[in-house]
Design a protein around this ligand. Structure first.
Ligand SMILES: NC(=O)c1ccc[n+]([C@@H]2O[C@H](COP(=O)([O-])OP(=O)(O)OC[C@H]3O[C@@H](n4cnc5c(N)ncnc54)[C@H](OP(=O)(O)O)[C@@H]3O)[C@@H](O)[C@H]2O)c1
Length: 267
């Protein structure tokens, strides 16, 4: 069966690499593409994809989703939730690559997806080394009760913490909250220096030129430390294979699942 896919954000840094990947995949067909500034142009004109005369739509709507089985949300936080709801209302499964949606947002999305009997796979980072960082961290958290997460990104990244850091904190919350030797309300001086508490983890975001995307978690025990770290290179290629896998799997369950390992066999 050929999966018909719409990419919201098809001309962006991550979305254009994925759109090329979908175009090359034998089991998929690019059936929709969204970008405001390229509306009315064909995907061939904008991305140079041979034989694709698909016309780009300005926004996610019933029309831009007609004929689609799956939508990939790869735009930005301002419109992501609205786009996801539009897709679910149109009976389309959703893969979410856009970062920054909160746990509360996902609770609302889960309700709608479950009502509509559709799947939503939200993956803060599609790269395999991030999936492994998550898995290894979950194992470490079972044995080590104290950790902090640091997320590094380029200076113009608007959302913080990153989707990767949020997702990691959320997953570790299912194991336990990280313990604090000095409770935050007993901290003297600038409490912000301790980062922000997200679902039981202290999270710190660094935004500086020179970084692409990195995520680090430090587990500390008396007289020993464990650091697990992922560093992305500068291309969007690491995200393509994971996103293609997510597209293939999102119609196999109902409701929201978070993290690519939810559809991988890592045991
Ligand atoms: N999960 C992962 O592995 C992963 C990997 C990389 C990036 N990301 C996340 O994915 C998101 C996109 O990142 P990016 O670097 O690709 O951004 P980008 O280069 O700015 O691309 C954004 C794309 O969305 C379109 N867009 C933006 N606002 C829109 C709107 N209101 N309506 C319709 N189209 C809109 C843009 O086209 P127009 O401006 O022409 O509308 C463009 O095609 C970010 O949240 C980023 O953090 C996640």
């Amino acid at each position: 069966m050929t999966l018909k896919v719409c990419v919201a954000g098809a001309t962006g840094w991550a979305g254009s690499a994925l759109t090329r990947g979908i175009h090359l995949a034998e089991d998929m067909e690019l059936a929709g593409a969204v970008s405001r500034t390229n509306k009315g142009k064909t995907i061939h004109e904008v991305l140079g994809l041979d034989g694709s005369d698909l016309v780009i739509s300005e926004s996610v709507s019933k029309d831009s989703l007609s004929n689609c089985d799956v939508m990939v949300e790869y735009t930005n936080l301002d419109v992501a939730k609205k786009n996801i709801f539009t897709a679910l209302d149109a009976g389309v499964h959703v893969v979410v690559g856009t970062s920054g949606l909160s746990n509360e947002d996902y609770a609302e999305i889960d309700k709608k997806a479950t009502d509509r009997k559709l799947g939503v796979l939200a993956v803060g980072n599609f790269a395999l080394t991030v999936v492994l960082l998550q898995k290894f961290s979950e194992i470490a958290a079972r044995y080590i009760p104290q950790w902090e997460i640091i997320d590094y990104a380029h200076d113009d990244k608007k959302d913080s913490p990153s989707g990767t850091a949020r997702e990691l904190a959320y997953r570790l919350s299912k194991i336990r909250p990280s313990e604090l030797t000095v409770p935050l309300d007993q901290t003297k001086g600038a409490i912000e220096a301790r980062g922000t508490r997200i679902t039981g983890s202290q999270v710190h975001s660094v935004r500086l030129p020179g970084y692409t995307i990195s995520a680090e978690i430090i587990f500390g025990m008396p007289d020993q430390k464990l650091t697990i770290r992922h560093d992305a290179g500068s291309s969007a290629q690491p995200y393509v294979d994971g996103a293609l896998l997510a597209i293939r799997k999102v119609n196999t369950f109902i409701g929201v699942r978070r993290g690519l390992d939810q559809v991988l066999d890592l045991n």
